[in-house]
Each structure stands twice: as structure tokens, then as C-alpha cells.
Ligand binder design. Structure first.
Ligand code: ACO
Length: 278
């Protein structure tokens, strides 16, 4: 049984290898309702292994990226139903953020506007993040009386320094996209009218790389942050050897095009993967 209201909460198009996925509740500033969370998981499922999708970009329709959790549908309406409903709604939200963190394709958050609270979950879930300078980021939880849960405290502590994280979480003041880039919440901030072009440029670069190596790389960067140096060294050997079993030829072609064919330099760009796929 499909639910047309639920289906409409997320929009997407696949164009030239890029899946442009959008939070699609602009009249509610794209806040995350249980329906949206359910639909987002379905959309991630639909897109993850499609051959015509190389990169996934997550943005928002209208003036918001996401105004965080839906205070009415996610919090209030579940609370009256009891703990089971609350835990169920949490599982759905956290579930798709986790899915995003370990997604098979590279992911980019394109933060076009408001980004609050629970929105930090998918923000961190994406591998890269680009924001409009005009965007506003806030941990507004303290402003309505809760702590930054759903991973938001973890996200701010992971992405920025201790003093910034404390100030941001305790004061409930917003920061601009520009400041978010200075703090490390996003890679870069650019004016809103140039945001899509910049993200497209980055997505095109990613599309030209070896996809097996990209998945292994993005997982490695997330995993090693919590490992000792020795554990990381060992993990990286195993991860590369596992990746070799999926793509035994790619790296050999990469070496060949540099050492034998002299058609590129790895220090200056990627090898032509179409040659070994052909
Ligand atoms: N939950 C529920 N409804 C929301 C949310 C939200 N997080 N954000 C916006 N809406 C609704 C508004 O209630 C309003 O609904 P209505 O048209 O039925 O009255 C509609 O979206 C539009 O919102 P406005 O406030 O009118 O939009 P405006 O552009 O003036 O302001 C802003 C945007 C600043 C984002 C404001 O909507 C806001 O403060 N939203 C809440 C942000 C927030 O604190 N989110 C929770 C973070 S904590 C967490 O996620 C756990």
C-alpha cells in the first residue's frame, strides 16, 4: 500500500549520474516527520545500487535544508502514544542517517538554507557538505528545552572544536554557512546562487574515480577516527585486500596508465577508468 502523502515528502531526480534527493516539505521547512523518515529510507534503498547513480546529493526544497525533527508529528504525537512509539520513530530516523553514513555511493549534503537540530544527523551522514553562505545552522534544542539528542551532540563534538561545540549547544544561537565552514561543519560555503554548480563540479570529480576505491576510502576515514594507529594500519590493509576482491583490475590499470602509458599523473588527477571498463 502506497501512501501518497508519505511519497511526496521526498523528491528526487537522477541526472547524468547524480541523484538529486530533496527533503520535500518546504511549507514545513522540511522538518523530519515519521513519514519523511520512512520515505527517505525507501528512496535510499531505491537509489543505492542503481548503475546510473554515481553520487547522491541531499538538499531541500524551498528555503530550508531541514528544520530538524518535526516537533508535532515526531515528538508530540508519538509521546502521547507511549514509549514504544517514540522508540519506533527514533529507529526510523536514526536508521536512515546510519544508512547514509555507510552508503554505497559517495554522498554530498547541499545545505541550501535552514539546518537545525536533528538535521545534523543527515549532515554528518553525508561524506561531504557544501553550504550556501546564507544558510543558517543551529542547535536550537536548548531554546525549546531539550538536549541535542539524536546524535546532534555527537555531531557537533566530532566536527568542531570543544569551545565552539559548547557555545553552539548551550547558547542556541545560529551560525551562517560561512561560519559553519570555518568551524568544519561543512567543507565550503559559497553564495546560494553558485551552490548547485559547485556541488555538481565536485560530484563530477567523484564520478570519475574508481567507485570501489571510493567506498573503501569513505568507510576507512569514518572507521579510523575511532582506532589507535596500529589498529588503523591493520584495518586499512584488510580493507584494501577486501576491496581488491571486488575490483582486482582497477588499481593495476591505474598503475599502468601512469608507469607504462604515461597518460596521467596520480598526483594531478585520476586515471581514465573507462579504459579498463571497456
Ligand atoms: N517542527 C514542526 N513544524 C515546523 C518545524 C519543526 N521543526 N519547523 C517549521 N515548522 C512549521 C511551522 O510550524 C510552520 O507551520 P504552519 O505553516 O502550519 O504554521 C511552517 O513550518 C513554516 O514555519 P515558519 O516558522 O512560519 O517559517 P519561517 O521561515 O518564518 O521560520 C524557522 C523558519 C526559523 C526554521 C522556524 O520555522 C523554526 O524555528 N523552526 C523550528 C526549528 C527547530 O528548532 N527545529 C527543531 C530542532 S531540535 C530537533 O530537531 C531535535
Amino acid at each position: 500500500m502506497t501512501d501518497p502523502i508519505q511519497d511526496a515528502t521526498v523528491a528526487y531526480d537522477v541526472i547524468d549520474g547524480i541523484a538529486w534527493v530533496r527533503f520535500n516539505r518546504p511549507d514545513k521547512r522540511n522538518c523530519m516527520s515519521p513519514r519523511l523518515n520512512r520515505r527517505m529510507m525507501e528512496v535510499l534503498d531505491e537509489l543505492e545500487y542503481r548503475d546510473d547513480v554515481g553520487v547522491l546529493v541531499l538538499s531541500g526544497e524551498g528555503t530550508a535544508w531541514s528544520a530538524g525533527m518535526d516537533l508535532k508529528e515526531y515528538f508530540r504525537e508519538n509521546e502521547v502514544k507511549g514509549l514504544g512509539a517514540t522508540r519506533g520513530a527514533q529507529r526510523e530516523a536514526y536508521g536512515w542517517w546510519r544508512r547514509l553514513r555507510w552508503y554505497h555511493k559517495p554522498t554530498i549534503a547541499m545545505v541550501n538554507g535552514w539546518c537545525f537540530g536533528g538535521g545534523y544527523g543527515p549532515l554528518f551522514g553525508c561524506d561531504l557538505a557544501f553550504a550556501a553562505e546564507e544558510a543558517q545552522f543551529g542547535l536550537s534544542e536548548i531554546n525549546w528545552g531539550i538536549l541535542p539528542g539524536g546524535g546532534a551532540s555527537k555531531v557537533i563534538a566530532e566536527l568542531t572544536g570543544f569551545r565552539n561545540a559548547m557555545y553552539h549547544a548551550m547558547m542556541g544561537e545560529n551560525i551562517s554557512g560561512k561560519k559553519a565552514a570555518e568551524w568544519g561543519l561543512v567543507n565550503e560555503a559559497v553564495p546560494l546562487d553558485g551552490l548547485k554548480a559547485r556541488v555538481e563540479e565536485v560530484a563530477k570529480v567523484l564520478q570519475a574515480k574508481n567507485p570501489v576505491a571510493l567506498k573503501a576510502t569513505k568507510d576507512a576515514i569514518r572507521r579510523v577516527r575511532e582506532m589507535t594507529y596500529d589498529n588503523a594500519e591493520d584495518y586499512l590493509i584488510r580493507a584494501q585486500e577486501a576491496a581488491n576482491s571486488y575490483d582486482n583490475e582497477g588499481r593495476k590499470e591505474g598503475i599502468k596508465q601512469f608507469i607504462d602509458d604515461k597518460t596521467y599523473k596520480p598526483g594531478l588527477g585520476a586515471y581514465d577508468k573507462s579504459k579498463h571498463n571497456a
